[in-house]
Design a protein around this ligand. Structure first.
Ligand SMILES: N[C@@H](CCOP(=O)(O)O)C(=O)O
Length: 422
């Protein structure tokens, strides 16, 4: 990728000595003619020549109009020259996560069922959630006029996720337990009350979610990627991807399926442990706190389906520590993304598999980004503030406080440009 030609010119006298940036006393700077235009006088409007733009100067963020991001710079600069790395941006959607794909299918079916004569009517739809499922359920139910009930683990989801079902008029139960506790409760409650369970053990969800896999194949003109890396918590999604790929293979649209990688946070890694035991010993666990809060799950409901998907695709399970996932998120952001921490888990897994030589330089690899980064701004703020205990935050880019005068601003920028130029 070429850097766009810039039509910049110095606003500082070329003979002036380089300034020493200082927070106290600013260098005295001489303004050039072009930059002396505070009065709105047209005569001092700087000339600007628009550089010619050719294809080398266009940063190809998206393929056409799709949500597939070519992570060209991340691959080239940080992953040993990987040249075919893509991020499937499933969080660029109605409620900001891949859950929309499955929830629109499920709520549409419920809408249809509610109009049919049923022996057991459906009075509402419910789910336990770490924040994304509840947002999708609430939005589609509100659109359809169906009551939504969401069970959320108190203080364990982001503020942005919490406000989504509240704003959409759902009944929001904030429970003093973790996701697994909420999941157990909603299963008990939906067995008693006429509430339809919308978690991903319901296969309607998976039917919707599997379309992401079909879309990936279509976007690559039915050429199969070598690897697809998916963050995993409750584990419905990895099975949904497998279903989508396998359906296309069975239909003859493609001749093979990609190898799947499930990426877990090390603090919530029951699948990883199971995989490491050679699939002999599954133990649910109490998930520890992780910045990847949407996958903070210790007793995944789709554990068996995930194993089917991984075995059928010669799959791999990897894990990422908090530092690894936050660094991977930050690096992705520094190359033009705005990734959620779960995407960071998947990217951290990719870093490991590259280091081990398992994923090759030329392997076509798709990382599934499950949610929009704007849902998880607090962890980014803490990272860039270097405000996370026991974490180096090596890619932090904190804002610079500068006195609001020309000299101080020039000092800071000159220093920055010298560093960048060196
Ligand atoms: N990460 C999920 C947890 C619920 O999982 P689901 O697969 O049953 O939807 C969430 O966003 O709530």
């Amino acid at each position: 990728m070429a850097t766009p030609t810039s039509a910049t010119r110095s606003t500082r006298s070329s003979t002036a000595p380089p300034p020493a940036a200082s927070s106290t006393s600013a260098t005295t700077w001489t303004r050039s003619r072009a930059s002396r235009a505070p009065t709105g006088a047209t005569s001092s409007t700087p000339e600007f020549v628009l550089p010619e733009i050719d294809s080398d100067h266009i940063v190809s963020l998206f393929e056409g109009n799709s949500n597939l991001f070519w992570a060209e710079r991340l691959g080239r600069e940080h992953l040993g020259g990987m040249n075919d790395l893509w991020v499937k941006q499933c969080g660029i959607s109605h409620t900001g996560s891949f859950k929309d794909l499955g929830m629109t299918a499920l709520v549409s079916q419920v809408n249809r069922l509610r109009r049919a004569p049923l022996s057991r009517p459906i009075n509402g739809v419910g789910c336990a959630s770490t924040g994304d499922t509840s947002a999708a359920l609430s939005a589609y139910c509100a659109a359809a006029g169906i009551p939504a009930i969401v069970f959320l683990p108190a203080d364990r989801i982001s503020l942005q996720q919490l406000i989504q079902p509240i704003a959409n008029g759902a009944t929001v139960l904030s429970l003093d337990t973790d996701f697994d506790g909420c999941m157990r409760l909603i299963r008990e409650v939906t067995a008693e009350l006429p509430i339809y369970l919308a978690n991903s053990l319901n296969s309607l969800r998976l039917e919707g979610q599997k379309t992401a896999a079909i879309e990936i194949l279509q976007q690559f003109n039915w050429q199969v990627p070598d690897w697809v890396i998916i963050p995993g918590g409750n584990l419905g999604n990895i099975y949904a991807f497998y279903k989508g790929f396998e359906m296309c293979r069975a239909l003859g649209l493609v001749d093979r399926v990609p190898r799947l990688v499930c990426a877990q946070a090390a603090n919530a890694n029951p699948l990883y442990r199971y995989y490491k035991s050679g699939w002999t010993d599954f133990q649910s666990l109490v998930a520890g706190t992780t910045f990847a809060s949407a996958i903070q799950i210790g007793d995944p409901v789709s554990i068996d389906r995930a194993v089917v998907a991984l075995k059928a695709t010669d799959g791999i399970v990897e894990e990422a520590t908090e530092e690894e996932l936050m660094d991977a998120t930050a690096l992705a952001d520094l190359t033009g993304m705005f990734a959620c921490p779960h995407t960071g888990v998947a990217l951290a897994a990719l870093f490991k598999l590259r280091d081990q030589g398992i994923i090759g330089t030329n392997d076509r690899t798709v990382v599934v980004s499950t949610a929009h980064g704007l849902k998880f701004t607090q962890s980014k703020i803490d990272y860039h503030d270097k405000n996370i205990k026991d974490m180096l935050c090596q890619y932090a880019n904190p804002p610079i406080s500068v006195k609001p005068d020309f000299g101080s601003v020039m000092d800071v920028l000159q220093k920055k440009l010298n560093v960048l130029g060196s």
